[in-house]
Design a binder for this molecule. Sequence first.
Ligand code: ZN
Length: 443
Amino acid sequence: MKLTFLGAARTVTGSCYLLRAGPHRLLVDCGMYQGPAKLVARNSQPFPFQPAKIDALILTHAHIDHIGLVPRLIHDGFHGPIWATPATTQIAAIQWLDLHDIRGEEGGPPLFSSQDVTQAYKMMSPLPYGEPTEIADGLTLTLRDAGHILGSAIVELALKDGRRVVFSGDLGPPGKPILRDPQTVEPADLVVMESTYGNRDHRKLKATTEELGEALITADRDGGVVLIPSFALGRAQEVLYCLRELSEQPDFPTFRVYLDSPQAIRFTELYRRHTAEFDDAAAGLERPLEPPNLELVRRHRDSLDLDQLQNGGLIISPSGMCDFGRISRHIATYGPRPETDIVFVGFQAPGTLGRKIVNGATSVRIRRRNVALRCHVHTLGGFSGHAGRSDLTRWLAACVEPGRTTVCLTHGDYRVMREFAEHLKEQLRIHPRLPAWKSSISF
Ligand code: ZN
């Protein structure tokens, strides 16, 4: 067996692994690179393998850095089945349609067409969690719940000779709202694990919900509009869930809540259709994603009306880092007013508008205008899509057998990975590898 690391190698985006097992060639994830131009340029480079010779593709979950190049893979000749959970199948279709006119570089051709997207959707083979399925002669695939976003999966591959390979995909933090905790898996010969937050633990979610509550009580006193920039997939649903929970506290202020994004509304509807994947707490609720006074804002002109709110209101809208989407317009409108509160619920990458606001900028440029900021800013650190260091370590401990298991760390900043590798050496007495881009290991 030979595994080649074609993405998320010493970086966090572009997940893609090529596994050769006997005569079979499998691809796990086929993600887009995001961030620095040098990495984004890889999206339009030819695949370093022949897509037509890949037997099957397995997708861990429907984030763009894991599935974004699938339609291009098909355009370039891949014609095998695509295995993923039913929820991933549906989320992926929405993501691809939103991406189909994205270009690899400025002025270059689009990476794929809407026909490629239709074809990709037709090739999906939905596979529920926990159903071992022989996807090639002597090769059995089982998907396990990864607790990261709806439909996210850990990939377990078992060979006829008893050898096992596990890909963690992205692992959610245990205790995350709505979804179940990541499942532990049996010891394997090779474990490929994400390490996004391998160097730190997050604040407890309960404390974060309380913090959100406090921010909203302050905002209510300020009497203005509350803006929550949020990713459309995952975080928006978690915020709705927490707002619903907070609304049950006695004396909690009532807000009119606007979910201002057709995409976030579609993802919320998908979450509602997959309640079987909810954890016990969320499954036990009548409408877990519906705080009181929720309004779904799809049309652009209704979103424009939100810039004229007279009596306050709470707007949840992408993009999560404020650089584009409806939220940037709302910030331009409400940011200059001292009664406005902006509540950040996600990581703000360096260079983004969100990061500038979090860092206390008093003047920012939005849509080619200078905007003076006089609003209050709250930054909540506890919402996370990824498991922290202690949770990753615990998860890994269950699937490592001394003398048998090789561990490869991927999907992390190289500096973070090295810190995490040191931690694992001390805690689990293992020596993980940190594979470079395009490197291979045989086992
Ligand atoms: Zn992810």
